[in-house]
Design a protein around this ligand. Structure first.
Ligand SMILES: Cc1cc2nc3c(=O)[nH]c(=O)nc-3n(C[C@H](O)[C@H](O)[C@H](O)COP(=O)(O)O)c2cc1C
Length: 171
């Protein structure tokens, strides 16, 4: 698959088989996150890899649009040491995107689960809930969770019709 095909192929996959991902595959996805550029090369992103079923279940109960994390083979919680950079949201978002593209290239299903600025059913800040679960330091801030697993659903790739060229402004 060339890079252009990869961009069309990437879809948010929320259904996973019970099969384990190859550890090398997971490592390559993490490496993609570590290869992402960062402002002033400060590299503030931190990656918590969760494969423990109980912790995946805990993460899946935080918000309704993240329940599928409970069936994922792995979840990568992306946080930043916000004391290192004031643009950690941008840095971590790029890392999340790199990892999602690498997952697609390796035939792994993935979906971004938003946690920053979200609350759980009890109205508690989702970021605080996740930080408590993994015991993250005070200066760490959460950007999101990437759920991963071998796909149990096939979504059609995007097509050129999905590209809204009216959003391109040539001045
Ligand atoms: C910043 C961001 C946050 C997202 N949060 C969620 C989420 O909490 N739950 C979810 O199921 N999908 C989430 N998604 C996936 C989007 O719903 C998905 O990318 C969008 O519908 C387009 O579909 P596609 O990824 O298959 O192209 C998120 C995507 C992004 C980029």
């Amino acid at each position: 698959m060339n890079f252009e095909e990869l961009l069309f192929q990437r879809r948010s996959i929320r259904k996973y088989t019970k099969e384990d991902m190859n550890p090398d595959t997971l490592q390559k996805i993490l490496q993609a996150g570590l290869l992402a550029p960062s402002s002033r090369n400060k590299k503030p992103c931190q990656f918590y890899v969760i494969q423990d079923k109980d912790i995946l279940k805990q993460l899946s109960t935080i918000k309704p649009s993240g329940t599928f994390i409970g069936d994922a083979n792995a979840a990568i919680i992306v946080m930043a040491d916000a004391s290192l950079s004031d643009v950690w949201i941008e840095d971590c978002s790029i890392a999340m995107s790199y990892m999602q593209l690498m997952a697609t290239a390796l035939q792994v299903g993935s979906c971004w689960v938003q946690m920053r600025k979200r609350t759980n059913a009890l109205g508690k800040d989702a970021e605080e809930v996740v930080k408590e679960i993994v015991g993250a330091p005070q200066t760490y801030r959460l950007v999101g969770i990437l759920s991963l697993g071998l796909p149990a659903q096939i979504l059609p790739p995007h097509t050129i019709d999905d590209v809204d060229a009216s959003k391109i402004h040539k001045i």
